[in-house]
Design a protein around this ligand. Structure first.
Ligand SMILES: *[C@@H]1O[C@H](CO)[C@@H](O)[C@H](O)[C@H]1NC(C)=O
Ligand SMILES: *[C@@H]1O[C@H](CO)[C@@H](O)[C@H](O)[C@H]1NC(C)=O
Ligand SMILES: *[C@@H]1O[C@H](CO)[C@@H](O)[C@H](O)[C@H]1NC(C)=O
Ligand SMILES: *[C@@H]1O[C@H](CO)[C@@H](O)[C@H](O)[C@H]1NC(C)=O
Ligand SMILES: *[C@@H]1O[C@H](CO)[C@@H](O)[C@H](O)[C@H]1NC(C)=O
Ligand SMILES: *[C@@H]1O[C@H](CO)[C@@H](O)[C@H](O)[C@H]1NC(C)=O
Ligand SMILES: *[C@@H]1O[C@H](CO)[C@@H](O)[C@H](O)[C@H]1NC(C)=O
Length: 926
């Protein structure tokens, strides 16, 4: 009986322990519910605790439809001042962690401009948090190797609104996960972590991933704007266990699903936040299909512009040494673009198409060294750990200095000023101050400091010392006289004694030592106490000294702050007239500055629906385009400033950069970067054609650039933006003839979720989507229509509307081109100025253009599909170009006439042509 009972007890204990282990979250997890009030455990088993040790900032409760998770219903926000606000977390040195910060705005401050602020990891700028939707959670993740026992995560004002934070999550890794040779100099900033073939939209995370990484489902397009999925792509899944116990240990659940390319290819295009940059990029594979005895699955990665990478062949089962086992090839250091297109293509001898379970791309983020005086100030603040001023956390100077510190503007800043007046300091003057070699000003007045004045000869730059109103005793050290730059020394009202060193008296210096009962002037030892030196020369010296110090001071204190916070009178005026902060999002140009830059609107460079555009040059030499809006463009100032703050949030290399605005004297003005090569229209038809015009490949590149800009408006902005007025005069060319789209954003935003917005029809005849014109229902397909017209113009060199060119009864390029293309007569529409082109690429674009100008929006392709086609055409054209140039390699044989072959002649099909030396860029198989 006894043994049975004991066994039973042991068994129960065992079960209990097991249960306990399954409930308890991983050690090394910290989940902070910012603004929360008590501990709780969420539905997935994470233990959240409030950030109530954070004494700064304020708490807000928010409510957002469909977001019931408790940690997101509260947040903590901070003033938008010059300070930074830091969370300090304990970590274990030499251990790797994931840190995740999330932000759900929820309109907590009812401001009509979304916040935009900075987050930093210690001294390193981590990211700018840009809120673009009140109900969407923004998230940033960083993988790091801890080098100290604590880390600081700090928020600070960047542009608009108040910095805030919803959660801060720290997750500890195991063993050598994410080990890399760059980890001492770089963090890994998580850009994409995608679970392919996911069974639902929900991300996979804890407890499926014991480290609580978040694996986005590939069916949620918004995550990385995953598009361009190849035909024949199928999702597959298994319930078999997968051996994932190596490398980065992706969760089993993620590895149990995959996509396969039944037609031989897997293709994807996705956005990588923070890129172009160097990144860490790995794919996760496990064979989860049953292959027949004669089946093989071999494939290669194809990255445009990175043909070297395509040499290595993946054979999952062989590489992983078995089925249902992880194989994780990848690159530790790969340059990747913002928009990444990649393809896995089967090798010619493989029977099965490629398979992909998951992938992860992280950006290298260089660690900042931090400011020069970190150890010294750490020792100081440690000694006063309970004082509020000692708890600001993070680096003393970076990215914003502590409130009582000023720093130099060097790349590695040092401390130039300390202001601790009236902070209740007691005990001796901390020796740390004497170690700040860059110190210029020291304010320790109005404290209870006692003991002697230490030796400050380690601070040769000291100019101003305020030690008055303390309880310092002992001598006034003669070493002070040796400080070459000392101009002001205040030691009045202390308990100093002895003689004032003659060196100090002889020095050109403001010195106040009144109120020290036992301190007397040197030399004659007379009864004169309370003397200011040079009393005979008297006021004059004092005056000069004061003046000099006033002139010198700003120089000494020259920190980055100064320029940043210079308020311009006019912008203050504007803010007060608007009465809100909307305008702060964008840079304000005073009218006088614009008048100077444009020499009073001297040179007109264009005009359009919104107004007239002038050339300008700012004082710093930057060239600008100044658009003076026609007066009735905006009904109210409020509307104007809202539009402007929206504009300032749209950034893409293929969109003309918005620099700022001005609204004075009844003028509403927008300032853009100046585009040196004018509009596409001018190059196609205008004076800039130089007889010959731009060649076909250049036209294709311009089309690609413009389409990418449009794609960004459609898919990269939330809510998405419909341009509404695309035309060749709105496509501008920079110095290098790269194209950017202009005149975007000054229109109603597309309503998220709904498929159209109804508004008064706007657009330009010839480019206007007929469906939109009739129904007045605007969709992104209206832009696709206009873009189709632009493609036809690029092919033909004809204007969209013309009275002469198109022959009888036809004034419209669409009708005319359609007629020719559909009857197979493409030659009849090709611009006679074009000579070297490949007819196949011309066909591709012509056919796509016709798709774009279909009568019904639903039949038109998305702009992303159009980009794909343009890129294919460019590939064909480049191949053909090589051939024309007479190089006789493998490609040229295929090219000149039947470039159809070229389309399929990618790096996969022709192995012999590729495999020169596999070893050079073999992926790191771990
Ligand atoms: C909340 O949890 C933290 C650790 O997660 C613990 O230190 C603290 O004592 C808990 N507070 C309460 C009130 O239970
Ligand atoms: C937020 O909600 C909690 C609980 O309902 C309440 O105690 C607290 O006062 C609220 N805080 C603010 C700032 O409204
Ligand atoms: C909120 O949830 C409802 C029902 O689940 C859904 O119809 C709606 O689209 C969701 N709204 C948002 C903004 O996610
Ligand atoms: C926040 O930073 C922006 C940009 O530097 C600045 O214009 C603004 O005045 C700052 N806000 C405050 C309250 O200092
Ligand atoms: C972490 O490592 C330890 C020891 O190597 C191992 O027992 C444990 O299972 C690992 N944890 C996870 C989540 O892999
Ligand atoms: C993909 O393969 C399927 C069947 O194998 C075929 O019906 C389909 O046309 C193919 N699609 C493409 C684009 O090749
Ligand atoms: C010197 O300090 C005393 C006491 O604070 C003050 O009354 C006096 O005006 C000061 N003298 C000068 C010249 O600043």
């Amino acid at each position: 009986m006894g043994t049975v009972r004991i066994l039973f007890l042991l068994f129960s204990l065992y079960v209990l322990l097991l249960m306990d282990a399954s409930i308890a979250q991983m050690p090394g997890f910290i989940s902070l519910d910012c603004g929360g009030s008590e501990n709780f455990t969420d539905e997935i088993g994470l233990n959240w605790s409030p950030d109530n040790y954070m004494l700064r900032g304020k708490i807000a409760n928010i409510s957002v439809a469909n977001e019931t998770r408790r940690q997101y219903t509260t947040l903590r926000y901070f003033p938008a001042d010059n300070n930074k606000y830091c969370y300090r977390l304990n970590v274990i040195s030499r251990t790797r962690y994931l840190i995740r910060a999330t932000f759900l705005y929820g309109d907590f401050d009812n401001n009509n401009v979304y916040p935009k602020f900075d987050i930093s990891f210690g001294p390193t700028h981590w990211a700018m948090i840009v809120i673009s939707d009140a109900n969407t959670i923004e998230s940033q993740e960083l993988i790091f190797l801890a080098t100290d026992p604590t880390i600081s995560i700090c928020l600070s004002n960047a542009t608009t609104g108040q910095p805030f934070i919803s959660t801060l999550e720290l997750r500890q890794f195991n063993g050598s996960i994410y080990f890399n040779q760059y980890e001492n100099q770089f963090f890994l900033s998580v850009s994409a972590r995608i679970n392919f073939g996911a069974e639902s939209d929900a991300p996979v995370r804890y407890p499926d991933d014991p480290f609580d990484r978040i694996w986005q489902s590939d069916s949620v397009k918004k995550a990385n704007y995953l598009v361009d999925v190849a035909p024949g792509t199928e999702k597959i899944a298994t319930r078999m266990p997968i051996d994932v116990s190596r490398d980065e240990r992706p969760p089993e659940k993620v590895m149990q699903t995959a996509v396969v390319g039944r037609n031989g290819s897997l293709t994807y295009r996705l956005n990588l936040d923070g890129f172009p940059a160097s990144g860490w990029a790995f794919s996760y594979f496990a064979e989860i299909e049953d292959l027949g005895p004669s089946d093989t699955r071999k494939f290669r990665l194809v990255l445009p512009g990175n043909s070297d990478l395509s040499k290595a062949v993946v054979n999952i089962q062989e590489n992983a040494q078995g089925k249902y086992r992880l194989y994780e090839p990848g690159y530790y250091n790969l340059s990747l673009p913002f928009v990444l297109s990649f393809r896995f293509g089967k090798t010619s001898d493989s029977t099965m198409g490629p398979l992909l379970n998951a992938m992860e791309i992280n950006k290298y983020l260089r660690k900042s060294d931090g400011s020069a005086d970190v150890p010294t100030l750490a020792a100081l603040t440690a000694a006063y750990s309970s004082a509020e001023w000692a708890q600001e956390g993070g680096d003393p100077c970076l990215p914003a200095p502590w409130s009582w510190v000023e720093c130099s503007s060097d790349p590695q800043p040092s401390i130039v000023s300390i202001k601790l007046s009236g902070k209740n300091l007691s005990g001796p003057i901390p020796v740390e101050f004497t170690k700040l070699s860059g110190l210029v000003a020291l304010w320790l007045d109005n404290n209870s400091l006692s003991g002697p004045i230490p030796d400050f000869s380690g601070c040769p730059n000291l100019k101003i010392m305020h030690l008055e109103d303390n309880r310092l005793n002992g001598d006034l050290p003669s070493s002070l006289a040796d400080l070459p730059n000392l101009r002001e020394l205040y030691v009045q009202n202390n308990l100093l004694s002895g003689k004032v060193p003659s060196g100090l008296l002889d020095k050109d210096l403001v010195l106040n030592y009144t109120g020290n009962v036992d301190l007397r002037k040197g030399g004659n030892g007379g009864k004169h106490r309370n003397i200011i030196i040079g009393s005979t020369v008297g006021a004059v010296v004092l005056l000069i000294a004061t003046i000099t110090s006033c002139i010198l001071m700003p120089k000494g204190k020259k920190t980055r702050k100064q320029g940043k916070f210079q308020p311009s009178l006019t912008s203050q005026k504007l803010v007060s007239t608007l009465g809100d902060t909307a305008a702060e999002a964008a840079h304000y140009f005073p009218l006088s500055e614009i008048e100077d830059a444009t020499k009073n609107f001297e040179r007109k460079i264009g005009s359009g629906g919104f107004g007239v555009v002038y050339y300008g040059r700012l004082e710093d030499g930057k060239e600008i385009a100044v658009k003076v809006l026609t007066n009735d463009s905006f009904q109210s100032k409020r509307e104007f400033s809202n539009e402007v703050s929206l504009l300032s949030r749209i950034h893409h290399r293929n969109l003309v950069q918005f620099l700022g605005y001005c609204q004075e004297d009844g003028k509403s003005i927008l300032v853009y970067e100046f585009m040196h090569n004018g509009t596409l229209k001018e190059h196609l038809y205008g004076l800039l054609t130089h007889g010959r015009g731009i060649n076909w490949i250049k036209r294709l590149e311009i089309a690609e650039d413009a389409a990418k800009g449009i794609e960004y408006l459609h898919t990269g902005c939330v809510p998405s933006i419909i341009h509404r007025d695309l035309k060749t005069s709105n496509i501008l060319l920079d110095k290098n003839m790269r194209a950017k789209v202009s005149d975007f954003g000054l229109s109603k935003l597309a309503v998220d979720g709904a498929s159209h917005v109804s508004s008064i029809v706007r657009g330009t005849v010839g480019y206007l989507d007929p469906e939109y014109y009739i129904s007045q229902q605007l969709t992104d397909k209206s832009d696709v229509y206009s873009f189709g017209v632009i493609l036809l113009e690029l092919i033909s060199g004809q204007e969209a509307i013309s009275n002469e060119s198109f022959g009888m009864n036809c004034r419209n390029i669409v009708q005319w081109a359609k007629m020719h293309i559909e009857s197979g007569d493409i030659q009849g529409i090709i611009d006679p100025r074009l000579h070297d082109y490949d007819i196949q690429s011309m066909w591709k674009i012509a056919e796509k253009a016709l798709m774009c100008v279909q009568a019904h929006g639903s039949m038109r392709p998305s702009i992303s599909e159009v980009i794909k086609e343009i890129q294919d055409a460019i590939t064909i054209e480049k191949g053909a170009e090589t051939a024309r140039e007479g190089s006789s390699d493998e490609i040229s044989r295929h090219s000149a006439h039947s470039s159809l072959n070229l389309v399929s002649l990618d790096l996969v099909a022709s192995e012999h042509y590729l495999s020169i030396d596999d070893s050079i860029t073999r992926p790191a198989a771990r």
